[in-house]
Design a binder for this molecule. Sequence first.
Ligand code: FAD
Length: 349
Amino acid sequence: MGRNAAIIGGGIGGLTTAVALHRMGWRVTVHERQTTTPSTGTALGIWPSALRALDTLGLGDEVRERGCPQTSGALRRPDGSIIARIGTGKSGDRVHLLSRPALLAILRRAAEKAAAGKVADLRFGETITETRTLSERYDVVVAADGVFSRTREELFGVKARFAGTAAWRGTLDDAPTSTFTEFWGAGVKFGITPQEGRRANWFASAAAGEGDFHPGVERDELRKLFGNWPGPVHDLLERITEEGILRHDIYVTPKLPSYVKGNVALIGDAAHAMTPDLGRGACEAMIDAVSLAACLESGGLTAYDKNRRRTTQRLARMAGAASWMTRQRHAVPLRDGVLKVTMLAGPPD
Ligand SMILES: Cc1cc2nc3c(=O)[nH]c(=O)nc-3n(C[C@H](O)[C@H](O)[C@H](O)COP(=O)(O)OP(=O)(O)OC[C@H]3O[C@@H](n4cnc5c(N)ncnc54)[C@H](O)[C@@H]3O)c2cc1C
């Protein structure tokens, strides 16, 4: 196999792949449709397995230093009583919360170092509309073009599927916290986590119809859903502004029969977008990238598919189950019991 790769998408998975392949001596071209990486955004939980993948690229410690370690965590009922505590993962390392822009900046800097050595070419503001031409020109094409991947549609005819749920998220300045808390109500969930820069990161989710947005009044919508909850959720909703609220419909990637077709490999959300309930999508995109680079050295694309498809599809199923539990409006005590038992097994770090 040759050593020339095109990467479609310069997000978390695409940039990580660029760094990983560069370290193996590959020549890489990244095509990213945005003209630059974002400068604002909410926090991502970076799990120990993803930190270990980043360690192999020499980037794990920078993420640990820039991010906020999650020192403790709990799932609580709306009144604050505890459903289950969240322990440290089996490896003893901690989840670190880091904003998407800060993570992308670390990855972009590392990829740019490769570009300075002329073995990588980062092309921002370039949208790829079909894969065939790239496939003919490069030894390997990496589709890291996210949940609405055109490459996946072109090669597998598979579109993203609406998951029946909406997510709201944002950050709050001057609200430092070191704990991760999720409050689970009937059919709804509200989370508060640390973020670098003395900020709190928050998110909420609830069952919703596709495209059922409330432009300009999302804060009222959140108050309708959560406003009578006492304590930190109520206090936070008092402080956030309408402009600071991001709302998304959540889409997932239907289960694919393979992550590889010809010389094209799908990674990250293009391959396995999952509901955000485990906070694993970005982590798995980075692990895919490191695994793909290693497989290109030994084993090839078939080995990558074998290494990553089963694990990530299992995580996507678990995330879907957590989303389903969130949406349950009835038998809430039973649901909480199941949650407690699930958390006793410890997080899959
Ligand atoms: C509410 C919410 C909370 C989340 N929380 C977490 C968390 O705590 N931890 C975690 O690990 N994950 C989390 N995730 C998931 C995470 O955001 C995604 O899994 C991750 O961004 C996937 O990375 P990616 O590189 O595959 O795709 P993306 O980050 O979407 O990157 C895809 C890139 O491809 C580019 N692109 C698309 N099409 C083209 C094209 N045709 N040509 C050129 N460029 C193109 C896009 O512009 C984009 O830059 C969360 C997601 C949501 C919605």
